[in-house]
Design a protein around this ligand. Structure first.
Ligand code: SAM
Ligand code: SF4
Length: 360
């Protein structure tokens, strides 16, 4: 039996096994992808669920070294959607049978912000008759805040660890209390305790990152028993401190392939979780998200932020869909998903089976 065949037939994968899978090329890579597709079909089915993504605001109190909307970037025009705009976008998702939305924003911890999200959750639920599964991605908050938002109707929370290796994390963030690695881990524990379906993930192809780091990221996700994962390629942004390392990065195509391999290995490691095919894949390859679906992902987050704001939520270069109207995105998504062989779970929230099994 070849090395790849014997690794793919194992029940548990070691870090060394994962590194070999991350290095797989040609036929070996195809075997990895085929195995992931088989596991996906068997455990979560060939169905893709939508989360209509609403990028609520790009004001952020933090200064992550990789992110285009970091607080020190004065070249970004800041915006904050009005309540009406957020509710309208949510209703649009609901009327189009998306069944789920994801509200994302720069991180703020003021009382006004926390109260506003609490109130908005109520407004969205009233306007959509409680018909939407709501994911929040609003960064690090207190347990009380997480609880208030959960009590007001949010059911999932996405907080990427970004890099599970503490030393690497420190190279990507300022060294201060607002960017503390241990606090981010603690927040993931709080989210679990409050009752959310907990999402996390990492960026792939970061400066200083090794294949060992990526293998450890996957094992960390497993050890944290995460319910849903959003991970994708790091894409550099010129107005960020990490941009100075751009010449040390893997070419974009290699970051893309590495992201597909990470997705495939994760599907094999955690068979029944939800895995997002992130927008950053599409920034590199027009059909990037669809390729993610073919190797194990089962969730897509179509951007439903009102068009006039999309250009200002630039986390990285070439962010796609900044000039597409909602209907174009929807019909082109339908056409390209049809090519993957998956069906779209319209009208279904598509909650993580992994989460369901744990709480039942
Ligand atoms: N502020 C919240 C937080 O950080 O958790 C949520 C919004 S933040 C913009 C969402 C995600 O964008 C981050 O978790 C990070 O992984 C991703 N991101 C930021 N800059 C990126 C970049 N240059 N390339 C790829 N992903 C990036
Ligand atoms: Fe703010 Fe999130 Fe960007 Fe960090 S990644 S600067 S917390 S929006």
């Amino acid at each position: 039996m070849s090395t790849i065949d014997s690794i793919l037939s194992k029940r548990e994968l070691t870090k060394e096994d994962i590194v070999i899978l991350l290095e797989a090329e040609a036929e070996d890579k195809d075997k990895l992808y085929a195995k992931a597709a088989e596991v996906k079909e068997h455990y979560v089915g060939c169905k893709v669920y939508f989360r209509g993504l609403i990028e609520m605001s790009n004001y952020c109190r933090k200064n992550c070294f990789y992110c285009g909307i970091r607080s020190s970037n004065t070249n970004t025009e800041r915006y904050n959607l009005t309540d009406e705009e957020v509710v309208e976008a949510a209703v649009l998702a609901w009327k189009n049978d998306y069944a789920s939305i994801a509200l994302q924003s720069g991180e703020k911890d003021t009382k006004e912000f926390v109260d506003r999200i609490t109130m908005l959750l109520g407004k969205i639920n009233r306007a959509t008759k409680g018909g939407l599964g709501i994911t929040l991605s609003m960064g690090e908050q207190t347990e009380d805040t997480y609880k208030r938002w959960f009590d007001n109707g949010a059911i999932r929370y996405l907080l990427r660890i970004e890099a599970s290796n503490k030393e690497l994390y420190a190279k990507l963030h300022p060294n201060n209390k607002a960017h503390d690695f241990d606090n981010r881990i603690e927040c993931l524990r709080l989210l679990r305790r409050v009752g959310y379906q907990v999402g996390s993930g990492v960026m792939i192809g970061l400066p200083f990152q090794t294949l060992d780091n990526l293998a450890e990221d996957l094992l960390w996700i497993k050890s944290m028993d995460i319910d849903m994962v959003g991970m994708g390629p790091y894409v550099e942004h010129p107005d960020t401190p990490l941009y100075k390392y751009k010449d040390q990065l893997l070419p974009l195509e290699e970051r893309f392939t590495l992201s597909l391999k990470m997705t495939a290995i994760l599907r094999i490691l955690m068979k029944d979780i939800n895995i997002v095919a992130p927008t950053a894949l599409q920034a590199i390859d027009k059909l990037g998200r669809e390729k993610g679906l073919k190797v194990g992902a089962n969730v897509i987050m179509p951007n439903i932020t009102p068009g006039i704001y999309r250009d200002s939520y630039k986390l990285y270069n070439n962010k796609p869909c900044t000039d597409e109207a909602f209907d174009d995105s929807k019909s082109s998504l339908e056409a390209s998903i049809r090519l993957t062989g998956d069906t779209i779970g319209y009208g279904e929230q598509g909650n993580s089976p992994h989460f369901k099994k744990r709480v039942d």
